[in-house]
Design a protein around this ligand. Sequence first.
Ligand code: ACO
Length: 332
Amino acid sequence: MTIPVKIAGIGFYVPETVITNDDLTKIIDTSDEWIRTRTGIERRHVLSGNESTVDMGIKSAQRAIEKAKINIEDIDLIIAAASVEAHAYPSTACEIQAAIGAKNAACFDITAACSGLIYSMGIARAFIKSESAKTVLVVATDAVSRCLDWTDRTTCVLFGDGSGAMVLTVSDDNQDDILSIDLKAEGQYGNFIKMPITGKNCPLVEPNDEEKMYVKMDGKEVYKYVVTNLPNYIEECVAKSGLKMNEIDYLVPHQANMRIIEALEKRLEFNPDHVISNIQEYANTSAASIPIALVEAIESGKIKLPCSAILTGFGAGMTVGTTVVRLREGIA
Ligand code: ACO
């Protein structure tokens, strides 16, 4: 018999500083109307001063741990999904470990961009099922605002900063909360979304081409890729879950563009009232967007627990991650 995995607690944190679409008109040639109608975004929360990806991660982790009612010392693995880390090393996971005092945890980071939460859940589940860990803390935390070209109106209006965390542990009642999970990658489309790392060759050799550490995106190609492929990938994952699409209570998609969310909703024939979106408030917070949307919807009563849900993300790579889960009362 395989070990059942419990989703024990979820939390999120976003920075206090808010930038509205109108604020952006002071630095680029854009308008609130263009941004709202093309994306659904009205505002985004961004880091200010020296607050970092790690600081946000610590706060969301503490909230998830509190909800999960576990001892910090029981955490035996921390996985951080962060594309814009405070440091290349130590890892974001190690920095969070030190801050929260999870002294028995192994720590590492993964890079799957906006699919980072689902990829991390897949790894956490494999560790628990293989008895390599009993309690795993996943932290999806990103500060894309630090890596945007704030003169490029085609990218800088789309993103915000934030963090989400989830505690997964061995289930004490035999219920497996992750009914199915599917991770995909199509590296041949890697040029759709890229963020180069800057660095200079040794002065004794031929210099390399230096690129700025900015997000570069072919928005149209991303859009086409997602609306063409994601519904099929979601259907595959639902088929493996043992549930039918119309038996699943909620759809919580990555918050990249309202038009993508509406296209998914139509194609999957999902009840619009059960499709979760808060893109207007936070924009695209990369790996953090699914947990932020999920927790906020639980707190506001839009999602009623217990329930079943599809969580689905896509991002640079291209990577796609989908999971069908059961969410228990008290997790957020
Ligand atoms: N304000 C005003 N005008 C703008 C802006 C702006 N912020 N940005 C672009 N425009 C202009 C363009 O210059 C263009 O003008 P032109 O016709 O004179 O050349 C016009 O608006 C139309 O631009 P398009 O790129 O065709 O606009 P489109 O309708 O395709 O929307 C968008 C662009 C919103 C980026 C859309 O393609 C999209 O959302 N794509 C998906 C993005 C996505 O999901 N990304 C996920 C990232 S996940 C990760 O891992 C990081």
